[in-house]
Design a binder for this molecule. Structure first.
Ligand code: UDP
Ligand code: MG
Length: 221
């Protein structure tokens, strides 16, 4: 059966979170009574993320694993998941338990209302003030002015899209943060809703520090 919803999650060295993430998504989405799949993208993790993801997929046929042999970054990982997803509505979220799958229900309700893109706003963001929240406020303000699409929190990964719209947008570099602005050329209806946000439970941000990598990782906000 074709899934109605695809939940797409990138993982980079998230061996502590991935089981919890799977359970949290299932607990939140199963009660909604619509067919769904989970697309777990392993972004070249050097820990047991791939092994655990593969075991989860063996036990739950709704899980698809997409594997990168090296670390490409959050946007390419998300893009690969989007490309492979089969749902009519695609939901993207982080795999470190900072986003909360219990919010997915309100994203789907907005899509049902007729919106094409629904963007999360971490109004109570649990990240550092000086290194993350202040740069984020400035960046969001500038993006809003430049693009004419005033979104409070472009950096929030928790978003939902109609599949045909997001699949038509090529994603590269750190572009996952700008999808609503890029998509706005096609004139979609965009909604922004408040979401829960939790502090990172396990280790440091995977986007800010990538030891041994030549990729620039300081663009996370
Ligand atoms: N991530 C990824 N590849 C990377 C860096 C991060 O797939 O090169 C994943 C990471 O595992 C997490 C999500 O992207 O699921 C967000 O990353 P992170 O929590 O480090 O970003 P932050 O919340 O600090 O912006
Ligand atoms: Mg995080």
């Amino acid at each position: 059966m074709q899934p109605e919803i695809s939940v797409i999650v990138p993982f980079y060295n998230e061996e502590e979170s991935i089981h919890r993430m799977h359970s949290a998504i299932v607990d939140a989405v199963e009660p909604l009574g619509v067919p769904f799949e989970m697309v777990f993208v392993n972004d070249g993790s050097r820990d047991r993320t791939l092994e655990i993801a593969t075991n989860i997929a063996r036990a739950d046929e709704r899980v698809m694993v997409v594997n990168f042999r090296r670390n490409y970054g959050q946007t390419p990982a998300m893009a690969a998941g989007i490309e492979q997803a089969n749902g009519r509505v695609l939901v993207t979220m982080d795999g470190d338990l900072q986003n909360d799958p219990r919010d997915i229900e309100q994203f789907l309700a907005k899509i049902d209302e007729g919106f094409d893109i629904v963007v999360g706003w971490r109004h109570n963001r649990q990240d550092k003030l000086v290194s993350r929240k202040i740069p984020s406020k400035i960046a969001n303000w500038i993006i809003g002015k430049v693009t004419g699409v005033p979104i409070k929190d472009n950096g929030c990964s928790l978003k939902a899209y109609r599949a045909e719209l997001i699949k038509a947008i090529p994603l590269y570099s750190e572009m996952h943060r700008f999808i609503p602005a890029v998509a706005s050329i096609a004139g979609p209806r965009i909604a922004e809703i408040k979401v829960r946000h939790h502090a990172r439970q396990f280790g440091p941000s995977r986007s800010m520090a990538c030891p041994g990598s030549t990729r620039c990782c300081s663009t996370s906000w």
